[in-house]
Design a protein around this ligand. Structure first.
Ligand SMILES: Cc1ncc(COP(=O)(O)O)c(C=O)c1O
Length: 468
């Protein structure tokens, strides 16, 4: 009899027949029980394993139903012959997920992680959020699907907020809630349609957006960015009718597009009968002067698709973003995409709604602006004090990150490696350029939202020791 010796456990959460079935299946899949092998009879195996005949019979039945074994008349049960070129899956036990983790704790290796996208952990109102989530869960609304475009009350609150804080006048009907800006861009790509379209993107720009356009079959046309934003002559030279921009805080360089250029950009869209996608990802945090109204706020031609997110202003893990559509695209959405179910949890949407309706959102933004402003100031001072003339700071008046240009004849990789040696994690800015251009001077991106003021100062000091 072939050897079948599973470690069956009566106290295991799975019944014995499942444990036996899983064991034999794995033995077959990994080739340890080869095709054509005759399996022991039910009687023999049950007495060998000291389990009931019923247990073995049920396990065999399940394997027969899935085609792993077959019954040959008057001969018994045999392992089915599989195609030779059918790949045999090698089962791998994962004891640690760390090597696969992209986000999450890096505390083991790094003392200071200047990760872009991290937020201030101590300021999130966890107790309040839990209470509001409980309130939602105690209600009746959670037992049904949500509205496809996103909860209407939340869209009403968002439309009010956009008008007050970003100068965007829109109806909740024009708004679609989605699980992140990339997901909304994917939907937008479907709405705009392919037709051999090209999309103009800022260079450097948000690589996460570029990838989406490319995956949806768009030709991606990099357009240079200067201190005023996108280079318009290049845009006019391209055959694009669609442009993706971050006018209030250019990602990653941090520039703000002046009003004159915004007007010209809108005129371009009208002229080519196209659309502008405005990604307003972190405009809540501006530290000098007044907040700059969104491009959508002056969009008299109705050519701008506005995108906003709660990832920087509230919590990246909540995965709630929103998109305001121009009339022409709203029609397409209603006609062709309305059957798409909403992907963002209704529970989180309703919790956010209570958070906004009860006035906590305004207070939170106000509080976070002060906290990040302070951190931003500490960062700038630390750079000046510890690095002085050795670096240039690029785009520094808003958001949760800055770029430093290091005046050294070194690659970004070598600076990153030197930083790692002193326990500091910094990020290359090259990946934001199409074709991963190496800058004349190495440029590194420093996100400061997730570090305390003290950590920011110590981190910069360590970097300076490592580099200069
Ligand atoms: C320019 C830009 N837009 C959007 C996002 C992500 O937004 P969301 O979390 O809503 O997908 C990021 C994240 O870093 C970003 O840099």
């Amino acid at each position: 009899m072939i050897e079948i010796t599973p470690n069956l456990n009566k106290n295991h959460k799975d019944p014995l027949y499942i444990q036996l079935y899983e064991y034999i299946k794995k033995e077959i899949e990994t080739g340890r029980i080869p095709p054509g092998t005759r399996l022991p009879s039910i009687r023999k195996l049950s007495s060998y394993l000291r389990v009931s005949r019923n247990t073995v019979d049920t396990a065999y039945q399940q394997m027969m139903a899935e085609g792993y074994i077959e019954s040959r008349p008057r001969s018994g049960l045999f392992v089915t012959e599989l195609d030779d070129d059918f790949p045999v899956s090698q089962h791998k036990e994962y004891t640690s997920f760390d090597e696969y983790r992209e986000y999450g704790p890096t505390a083991m290796e790094y003392t200071y992680d200047f990760r872009h996208g991290s937020i201030d952990q101590d300021s999130f109102p966890t107790t309040l959020w839990r209470r509001l989530t409980n309130q939602v869960c105690n209600g009746k609304d959670i037992y049904s699907y949500g509205e496809r475009q996103g909860e209407i009350e939340l869209r009403i609150e968002l439309a009010k907020y956009l008008y007050q804080s970003r100068g965007v006048s829109c109806s909740p009907e024009q708004m679609i809630i989605g699980g992140g800006i990339q997901q909304l861009l994917g939907l937008l790509c479907l709405m705009i349609g392919l037709d051999g379209q090209s999309v103009a993107v800022e260079n450097p720009g948000y690589d996460g957006a570029r990838e989406i356009f490319a995956h949806y079959g768009f030709q991606v046309e990099p357009i240079e960015v200067n201190k005023n934003g996108l280079c318009l002559p290049q845009l006019y030279q391209s055959d694009c009718r669609l442009a993706y921009v971050t006018p209030s805080h250019q990602f990653p360089l941090g520039y703000t597009m002046p009003i004159s250029k915004r007007m010209k950009l809108l005129q371009w869209a009208e002229k080519v009968n196209g659309f502008i996608i405005e990604d307003d990802y972190d405009s809540e945090f501006r530290y000098k002067g007044k907040p700059i109204p969104a491009l959508k706020g002056i969009d008299s031609f109705d050519r701008v698709v506005y995108l906003g997110t709660f990832s920087k202003s509230l919590l990246p893990s909540i995965r709630i973003s929103y998109m305001v559509l121009p009339e022409a695209l709203l029609k397409k959405y209603k006609r062709f995409f309305y059957m798409y179910e909403q992907a963002v949890s209704k529970i989180h949407q309703l919790t956010l709604l209570l958070f906004m309706q009860q006035g906590h959102w305004q207070k939170h933004i106000h509080k976070m602006r002060k906290i990040y402003e302070k951190k931003h100031e500490v960062l700038r001072k630390a750079i000046k004090q510890h690095m002085g003339e050795n670096v240039n700071v690029v785009g520094e008046d808003s958001g949760l990150h800055i770029i430093i240009e290091v005046k050294r004849e070194e690659t970004e990789e070598s600076l990153i490696a030197a930083a790692k040696n002193v326990g500091v994690k910094v990020y290359s800015a090259s990946k934001f350029w199409v074709n991963q251009k190496q800058n004349k001077n190495p440029q590194l991106l420093l996100g400061f939202g997730g570090l305390s003021e003290e950590e920011i100062d110590c981190g910069i000091q360590s970097l300076s020791n490592a580099w200069f």
